[in-house]
Write a protein that binds this ligand. Structure first.
Ligand code: NAP
Length: 496
């Protein structure tokens, strides 16, 4: 009953340094949290720590965990072990809802009926392979709740924690610290974790990798996650600044889908693609640097993705992983829309593409299929040559760009992207009236290239439309539901 009643709580840790601040932060945190953890070890003076326990337990409005973590387990308490345990015992004697006692100290604590005992184990270096042994050892000491917190050095460490949670017999708190452990703080709920920790605001984290309560609620809709929730994520490195979690999670909620989408910072794609099948992700977005390196791990490729040789989307259909390239469709859709407004089509249009990376590849293949006459311009001429060979189009060196005679000019380099917003890939005088100018860069939405193109009377297409369309097509592939494009645009604009 305890497990089903309290399961999946959000706990806000309080790391203030005085009894007064602890009480006032506890009161603010109680408005957002289901439970509050008072980190007594952050209070330097013993007397103050004692006063803090008394005062907080009198004034609390939500259940409280009292924790007095020693330095050896990553805490701040540096006094004697006797003093540390005396404070924990006091919390139990005063009837604190929960008291966190480290596994190696449990035998020195006298239990009272009303306080529930969390027996905890922390590993700040790694996620060891003997997790079930640690779990069984803790269970021998008859905890009310088991807490095992480890450090993730790689994203796949989270998977072992999820497996531990799935097999847990009593209420269990378990997740990984560190940036690679970020997802375990969100997904612990799906796998039956007793609670997750979230800080009240940035800078008030009690452990590395902790999300804020706002991120947990507003981006990941933590309260909506349950064991039926389907998993999606973005595979890349880095991914911490990706807008995709905000876009897709908002869209899932809008359409009433029980799905959650998380960032997956993947260093070792081989290991992740092997292990991820254990926890049944339903789909992925794929970004730099894995758009090509992920191909050997897929079961099938859509026809366009196969031609391009790179993907940005994976769909899991009953265990079979299929790769798609929605960047390609998205770019073509944006340009076709612009052509339609001018009563034109893409067929036979002369197109100059600046850049020969992943975006250029997707766009060039898409436009080739539409009958465009393409020339690739790139700083590294060998890459331009290789792409033109694959697409069967022309190429030139970057310096030749001032001579272009095109209907459509496309920038696929990062030139002009924030923070270097004053840069532009071409001089303004080559932007001729009536030309269509498309910039794949979407931060800022109006780049210097697009501003100057507008000033010269060109039609412009911004990278935002491509970005939204590629996300919208991913959503459609995963769900077979029309994507909420207006909402997606609103979310991205707010973030930008
Ligand atoms: P990528 O594979 O790393 O390719 C980068 C390209 O930019 C290469 O051709 C590179 O030339 C060129 N480049 C970079 N810096 C340059 C400079 N200072 N001068 C000249 N050329 C330079 O990256 P990508 O995935 O194609 O992405 C490129 C841009 O497109 C990024 O800004 C990205 O945000 C944007 N993008 C937007 C969308 C969207 O949905 N709107 C989708 C994908 C990408 P070298 O070959 O000489 O290195």
């Amino acid at each position: 009953l305890v497990q089903t009643f309290y399961i999946n709580m959000i706990c806000i840790p309080i790391t203030a340094r005085s009894p007064e601040d602890t009480v006032s932060e506890m009161i603010s945190a109680s408005k957002h949290a289901d439970i509050v953890e008072l980190r007594i070890d952050y209070i330097p003076e013993l007397q103050n720590a004692e006063a803090c326990i008394e005062e907080s337990l009198k004034r609390k409005t939500k259940p409280v965990i009292i924790t007095n973590r020693p330095e050896r387990e990553g805490g701040k308490f540096n006094g004697s072990e006797q003093d540390r345990l005396r404070l924990l015992q006091k919390a139990i004697d005063l009837g604190a809802d929960y008291v966190d006692v480290e596994y190696d100290s449990i035998k020195q604590i006298t239990r009272r009926n009303s306080s529930k005992i969390i027996i905890s184990h922390h590993n700040f270096k790694e996620t060891p392979h003997n997790l079930s042994k640690i779990y069984d050892d803790i269970c021998q000491q008859k905890p009310d709740i088991v807490k095992i917190v480890t450090y993730a050095n790689d994203i796949i460490d989270n998977i072992r924690i999820f497996e531990l949670l799935k097999s847990a017999q009593i209420p269990t708190i378990s997740f990984c610290m560190g940036e690679p452990g970020y997802i375990s703080r969100i997904l612990t709920k799906k796998f039956g974790g007793f609670l997750t920790f979230a800080s009240l605001e940035k800078g008030k984290e009690s452990a590395p990798g902790q999300l804020t309560v706002d991120e947990l609620s507003k981006i990941y809709h933590f309260k909506e996650i349950n064991e039926e929730t389907k998993l999606y994520g973005i595979i890349g490195n880095p991914v911490s600044h990706s807008m995709s979690p905000a876009i897709h999670n908002a869209s899932f909620i809008e359409k009433g889908l029980n799905n959650v989408y998380v960032p997956l910072k993947i260093a070792n794609i081989d290991a992740f693609m092997r292990e991820c099948r254990k926890i049944d992700f339903q789909g992925f977005s794929v970004t730099i640097p894995h758009k090509e390196s992920v191909l050997p791990f897929l079961d099938d490729l859509d026809h366009t993705a196969r031609k391009i040789g790179a993907i940005n989307t994976i769909v899991n259909r009953k265990g079979k992983l299929t790769g798609y390239n929605t960047d390609c469709m998205a770019a073509v859709m944006g340009l076709e829309y612009s052509m339609k407004e001018a009563n034109e089509t893409l067929n036979n249009k002369k197109v100059s593409i600046i850049g020969a990376g992943g975006a250029a590849r997707a766009i060039a293949f898409g436009l080739k299929e539409k009958g465009c006459d393409i020339t690739i311009f790139n700083r590294t001429i060998e890459r331009a040559e290789k792409l033109s060979h694959d697409v069967k189009c022309k190429f030139e060196s970057f310096e030749e760009i001032h001579q272009i005679d095109s209907d459509i000019l496309i920038n696929t380099t990062s030139i002009g992207m924030f923070p270097d917003v004053n840069q532009t890939p071409v001089s303004k005088n080559i932007l001729k009236k009536g030309m269509i100018v498309f910039d794949a860069v979407y931060n800022p939405i109006e780049t210097r290239l697009l501003r100057e193109a507008n000033e010269n009377g060109c039609h412009t297409v911004n990278g935002l439309s491509m970005f939204i369309n590629q996300a919208a097509e991913q959503f459609r592939l995963w769900t077979n539901i029309d994507p909420p494009i207006e909402l997606m645009t609103k979310v991205v604009k707010e973030m930008l």
